[in-house]
Design a protein around this ligand. Sequence first.
Ligand SMILES: *Cc1c(COP(=O)(O)O)cnc(C)c1O
Length: 435
Amino acid sequence: MKAQDICREKSAELFEKAKNYFPGGVNSPVRAFKSVYGTPLFIERGDKAHLWDADGNEFIDFCCSWGPLILGHNNPQIREAVEAQLGKGLSFGAPTALENELADLIISNNKYIEKIRFVSSGTEAVMSAIRLARGYTKRDKIVKFEGCYHGHSDSLLVKAGSGLVTFGETSSAGVPKAFADETIVIGLNDKAALEQVFVDFKDQIAAVIIEGVPANNGLLIQDKEYIQFLRDITASNGSLLIFDEVITGFRLGFEGAAKYYDIQPDILTYGKIIGGGMPVGAYGASAEIMGHISPDGGVYQAGTLSGNPVAMAAGIAALSILAQPGFYEKLESTTQAFVEELRGFIADNDLVVKIFTIGSIFWFAFTAQENIQTAAQIDPASMEKYKIMHRELLNRGVYFGPSGYEVGFISAAHTKEDLQTALAVIKDSLLVAFA
Ligand SMILES: *Cc1c(COP(=O)(O)O)cnc(C)c1O
């Protein structure tokens, strides 16, 4: 049965005010709740797996700030590390030992990179990685896949044009056509399309970029064999393979999707988790490739707040916890049990919904298809059910991302009780969506 609506009075008031300041009332579009019911909730605080909004409503959070909060909100170790740094200064624009420490933590536990560079967001990491690939190969074109998100830099706000293999079309106003002409967009899991690209643009492709596991437009889990194909075809054409691990890095494990597939990409990008909730991104590669970045090499990339000491302190605290033996195994088995319980319920009730999962990521797909591996397989009409489920979840105290294309995350702060409560809520909400 449909639950009673929670009070959103204060949030609605704040949203009206915010509209005077920000386009759409928000500082990142998906926050505007355009794909779900109601006005966005203005969050006041978070603790462990819980969130409280401006009206005092409490939620169990499965959005986790879109992935960074693998340790939940207000983690004591991260908070203490940040507090300790606060007394010493917020930014120096000069090197600090903290950067060495976080880099060492990453590189000594990750065999896929030898050198890294810290930046301040995932977008910046990927934008820089693309420039590095172009500078390194002395080629201009890049290949990306429909359904992969790589941040909002010009080269990557491009969608597939019409025809099997064509230049992309910009997916945002303000992106020059000339940029889109350098980005070729094809479907995931389509070997023939990529083979054709390398025939049509031989010696022009700087890099092929893919999300470690595509998780920004549903969860489109690829076969290892396909990723190996990407590795082989790029290598044999002198192009680089970039894994954008901004979501999967330190989420699927310390070595992310590279380790999951056991495939060595040429450049890797990180973000989200590595800052422990603070704004940090990074890109890394072999020492040889990274040698092309300024000041060692000719590819320019810089940042006033790059390697910010407070953010580094948060990242060190977070990754130190993640590096402990068994951390990921435990989180993954918790997620598995959670998803299995729901799958059982879905089967018992003959509901037309699938839950895809990897590591501690899950995605509800309102589909009868056994598998979804491309963006084209997602039926936009199926999002109607997500919308209903989302409203019911919020009204019952469970917070999911405000779009059916978004994945959910389980954090180490989700307790057994949290998950038991959430399971009951999700089951009730699913029944309403299918009523
Ligand atoms: C979130 C994300 C980005 C963009 O990172 P921002 O920090 O939002 O700029 C890029 N690539 C992937 C795979 C992401 O998930």
